[in-house]
Design a protein around this ligand. Structure first.
Ligand code: DC
Length: 203
């Protein structure tokens, strides 16, 4: 049976960096579910359509995505406009269903275990995952970390607003999944956080 490790939490807690490193250690695949929300957002914005049932979204086993045969570069996805817009479209139940189904297909296709990060990975998409992590940190620290990431172009205030939206929406809001191990890394380095995860999950 292929194992799944879910990592959920708000922006700027290091879910991607930490998840990628754990996946590398275990020889698992890694995927950032926010990337799919960003794909839907970018396509919907560019093509001026929210006919989500006509969106054909896929991930190949290397983690490359396509939406109606279009692929986007990271620069096109990770920017101020898509940060905001992706959080908006993520409220729509049709979008959430599309992303969930795409992730489940990806998991079925890959030969290895999976480390997957997002906002509802342990609570909604993979509720039966073997290991669930919830990462948290003080919001000013998270904002500072995001501001320091050159690609993100997001201010502390914008991050607070996005987190607020992601935590208070009706559909699959960001919550601490049942049975999740909670780690607050406000005062921890990336290495210390990874060490704690490996120790707590007995990996
Ligand atoms: O993780 P990220 O910053 O790339 O995610 C972009 C947006 O996508 C985020 O603000 C909310 C949405 N998202 C979500 O609703 N559920 C997920 N599992 C992942 C992301």
């Amino acid at each position: 049976m292929k194992k799944i490790i879910t990592i959920d939490g708000p922006s700027g807690v290091g879910k991607t960096t930490i998840g990628q490193e754990i996946a590398l250690n275990l020889n698992y695949s890694f995927f950032s579910s926010g990337k799919l929300y960003r794909y839907v957002s970018k396509y919907s914005y560019d093509e001026k359509t929210n006919n989500y049932d006509e969106f054909n979204l896929s991930i190949d086993i290397s983690g490359n995505c396509l939406i109606n045969n279009i692929s986007y570069s990271d620069d096109e996805l990770y920017n101020k406009n898509i940060n905001k817009h992706s959080s908006e479209i993520a409220k729509d139940p049709l979008v959430r269903e599309l992303v969930k189904n795409t992730l489940l297909t990806f998991y079925n296709d890959i030969p290895s275990g999976l480390v997957i990060e997002g906002r509802d990975m342990g609570s909604v998409v993979f509720p039966n995952a073997e290991s669930k992590i919830y990462l948290d940190a003080d919001e000013n620290i998270r904002g500072k970390r995001r501001e320091d990431q050159s690609g993100s172009q997001e201010t502390i205030e914008e991050i607070k607003q996005r987190d607020h939206k992601d935590m208070n929406r009706e559909e699959s809001p960001l919550v601490i999944p049942e049975n999740a191990i909670i780690i607050d890394n406000t005062n921890k380095t990336k290495e210390e956080t990874i060490e704690e995860i490996i120790e707590k999950l007995k990996l």
